[in-house]
Design a protein around this ligand. Sequence first.
Ligand code: FE2
Length: 257
Amino acid sequence: MNILFVGDITGNAGMDKTTELLGRLRRQYKADFVVVNGENAAERNGITEKQFRDLRFAGADVITMGNHTWANAEIYNFIDREEAIVRPYNYPAGTAGRGYTIVDMGRVQVAVINLLGNVYVSSLPSPFTMIDALLEELKAQGVRIILIDLHAEATSEKIAFARYVDGKVSAVLGTHTHVQTADETILPKGTAYISDVGMTGAIDSVLGVKTELSVQQFVTQIPVRFAHAEGEAKLNAVLVTVDDKTGKAVSIERIQA
Ligand code: FE2
């Protein structure tokens, strides 16, 4: 099975690029399953219901989130009813939405889990302490293909986590830092890994934010209200090929479009 994962869609520039390209990429890479991170899609981060629908219509099977999940209050209108959107699993029981979803593809089931890291990004319970029980649960349900979007800042935390679950999941794909890393690999026991898939958003920007606003904050040291940059955009993604029978990854390839 070929799985296409698109890195953090940022603002309108990222949304336009994704809706324009996703169908073509899906055909070009013979992707059977598509996941996109959509936590920065809306103007002040988060995701609107229309954006969720537009991404689904464009070909996304599942949309993952991160630390900005709740930034746009519209999410409360649809997160409970839509199984195709996943917020971090670290939140306490009873939190709106779900931390993972299982998509039935007929021949196989695919689980998509969203987790937040701890280092410099969140004080929620550690992904390391939460994952074992969930993987046992998925194993008991016979789910072999498991993707984790690890939304985290520190490469050390992401690499350590991927090695912790190596062989137990198909892929650990890092998101959040918006810069695609060149360390894609298949770990010794068969888990595909990359520290960060990258960003889908405006090229002329600071991680998708208008350059002048980001620079102003660094220069003045006073918080600035950010806005997403516009203009020409790039799409960052990875293609992971997984053996359906074993759930182990066969290859991982970086994509820049
Ligand atoms: Fe984030």
